[in-house]
Design a protein. Sequence first.
Length: 406
Amino acid sequence: MMVCPSLAPATDFLGSVLQYVDCQARTIGAQGYQALASPGSTFSLILTGLLTLFVALFGYRMLFGQTPAMRDGVLALVKIGLVLALATGWPAYRTLFYDIALDGPTELASDIGRPAGLPGTSGGLVDRLQLTDRALVQLAIAGTGETAMSTEQRVAAGIAPQPFGGFDPLALGSARVFFLTGAIGALGSVKLIAGLLLALGPFFLAFLLFDGTRGLFEGWLRVLGGAALAALGAAVALGVELALLEPRLADLLARRAVEQPIPGAAVELLVVTLVFAIALLVILVASARVAFGFRLAPLWQLAPARLAGVLRAEETRVRPTVREAGAIAADSRRAAAVADAVAATQRREAGQAAFAAAGPPSARPAARHALARELTVLPPVPIGQSFRRRTRSRVSASAGRRDRGA
């Protein structure tokens, strides 16, 4: 178990605080996860219950006739294996989440800041921040030396007077306050958020099993990614601030060492530290906005679901057309058969009535044979062939008279 050193009164404040916060974030993330994932813990019982419920719901769907497709079965097995591997296995969890969230921003900041020559991004950022804080303290002790200048000297040098008496000491102290607040607030807050989320990771991984709770896992992953992105942005912004402040503070301290006044330096340092404190806050907000745009559903479920929906819609659109064409053909054949049967029945009844009117078979045999030939039942004519197509064009009577008159 890691034991983070407490802050000593005589040590450097900024470096000690950042190291302590980083140590606490790592300890909370690692030890909290291992405490939850250990056998016999409360989370292990909850995870067992959730897995049992997931398998039971899957089985009840099959009992009620909702046989899952091959894709659903494979995804269910993948989810169970993924949850068990990440929620109970520290090596896999550390590789995929812990190291990326806590160490990934530092490595990316080094890759980005080294080509640009930003101080502290390639390593030793906390030490460089502490050295800058020491320079601010020394400059606040030395003062600006502006009180030794007369009004005529200020006018000749084009130096604006202080807004009020004692403004320069207040501005130098405020510059250090903004510098410490920006550095500790930006780096410390994102590390503590990442450590807390890493400690609660097994709970959110278990929420991945069900569709209704998958949004909680997505939100956890989104905030964890936002914290890592904010840590990266804060490291780069602090590197830019160090690149601006370090040579400026070295020059101001060298001038004060030879008792040379530095009028206007307090205002400049106050403005620079205040602007960078605001910039760090904006970076945190921007990182949160970028992480909020992350969506897990298109990668996990939305694309297969959309494809299946398109296929079902196409099948639904094509199937009624085929069914309607077959139904129309069947109805036409049925109507033709009914019409032929009715016509045959009518001819048969008419023939029987004519034979009865003609008398016995011995009487008038020639007439009966002629009538029988007339009433012979003819085979039905196929539909659409009752009338033959004309081979000659139709000519009206008026057209004929016109042609004869010509």
